[in-house]
Design a protein around this ligand. Structure first.
Ligand SMILES: [Zn+2]
Length: 394
């Protein structure tokens, strides 16, 4: 099956200027050619999809999310301790919302009961709609750590064992919780940390020996520094990183995956846990500091990518927010497409519209380089060349 998608402009995700009157030629599930409409041959019998005045761009890559969590429901640890069937059904609904918002690839950053293994399989088999998933399976966290629901990993031996179990079940990456978090009542604050340097080294060694990356939940302070020096692959959140942390991340090529809707959007932690004054105080502080922290990231030259952290359907909001804080609109779109694909090790398959890559593409109304809010007005969604925008709305 050959398809030609045409549109007023195409942002191809390589970083070059948009292609005016652009076209994308798709052969089966892969992109065959991208260019100006006049330059792209239309083979006999090809399906034509004209997006008119809209803008075509790569499908979003959500570099950090969760399948079963909904922050607005509150008590995220408790959500992961609910009966497994309930979690699975909630996850299926969330993943559909993600796909319909233009997210065609997503990294799932920790689920209990290995439900992400089954979700990845069901999506790949076409049984349920959702983004293509990369999965962390069970998070690695200490008994007294943030993100702890059912699985705890204390000491070097248990960390090794649980990582090996995760890998045996098919984990694509290892997720480790190091510091506290905004939504947590455990620990003494977001900079408090759980693991010793040796424990982090063991986790990195175990994952890297199997060629799997380590993504660490860390806001800042000595806990983040320990992880940076242990050679983790991505720092997630990073809201309290100092200039020398950012310098060291840049030197080592460690990515920052940042997300802001979960703390900044009224439907996030505020809706779910805003009744707890301790959490609300952390949220207020996080919101106050977020723009300046992000500016420091931009100034540092650290490579960064965006994720929604389970704020399903709000990738556009993540992009619009960092544009409001000084990122160029084009860079913010790259952080949700090609850079995110690079951060999660998927850049050979997705993240840009280039020959040979999977045909994951979306169209949006208007020009997102002028108005990032237009990214919420999704038209076409193609995933591996297949239409997903025609999915019925629940
Ligand atoms: Zn998360």
């Amino acid at each position: 099956m050959t398809t030609v998608v045409t549109a007023r402009r195409v942002i191809d995700g390589t970083g070059r200027a948009p292609i005016e009157d652009g076209a994308v030629l798709i052969d089966g599930d892969r992109i065959a050619a991208v260019g100006r409409r006049a330059e792209i041959p239309v083979p006999d019998g090809a399906q034509l999809i004209d997006c008119g005045d809209q803008t075509v761009l790569p499908g979003f890559v959500d570099a950090h999310s969760h399948a079963s969590l909904i922050p607005g429901l509150g008590d995220q640890d408790g959500q992961q301790m609910e009966p497994v069937n309930r979690q699975l059904l909630r996850a299926a609904s969330c993943l559909r919302t993600d796909l319909k918002s233009g997210v065609t690839t997503m990294r799932v950053m920790g689920e209990e009961h290995f439900i992400d293994v089954d979700l990845r399989t069901a999506i790949a088999a076409g049984q349920i709609p959702g983004p293509r998933l990369l999965i962390a399976t069970r998070p690695i966290t200490a008994r007294n750590g943030h993100g702890a629901a059912l699985t705890f990993s204390d000491g070097e031996d248990e960390i090794r064992k649980h990582i090996r179990e995760n890998l045996a079940m098919g984990a694509d990456l290892i997720k480790l919780f190091m510091t506290g978090g905004v939504s947590s009542t455990k620990g003494t604050g977001v900079a408090w940390y759980s693991y010793s340097p040796r424990e982090v080294e063991v986790a990195v060694e175990e994952a890297h020996r199997s060629n799997k990356p380590v993504a660490v939940h860390a806001h800042g302070g000595p806990g983040a520094r320990i992880c940076i020096e242990a050679g983790v692959d991505t720092i997630e959140h990073g809201k309290l990183l100092e200039a020398d942390d950012l310098r060291e991340m840049r030197r080592r090529g460690i990515w920052l995956v940042t997300n802001n809707a979960v703390s900044g959007h009224p439907d996030g932690i505020e809706k779910g846990d805003g009744h707890d004054p301790k959490i609300m105080a952390r949220l207020a502080e996080s919101r106050r500091n977020a723009p300046a922290n992000f500016k420091a990231v931009l100034d540092s030259g650290v490579r960064w990518a965006l994720g929604t952290d389970a704020m399903h359907g709000l990738m556009w909001w993540e992009i619009a927010t960092v544009v409001g804080w000084g990122a160029s609109p084009h860079d913010a779109i790259l952080a949700a497409t090609r850079w995110a694909a690079e951060a999660i090790g998927m850049e050979r398959e997705v993240g840009s519209l280039q020959p040979g890559k999977l045909a994951h593409l979306i169209s949006v109304e208007g020009d997102p380089l002028r108005d990032a809010a237009s990214l919420q007005r999704i038209g076409l969604i193609l995933q591996g060349g297949r239409r997903r925008d025609t999915l019925s709305v629940e």
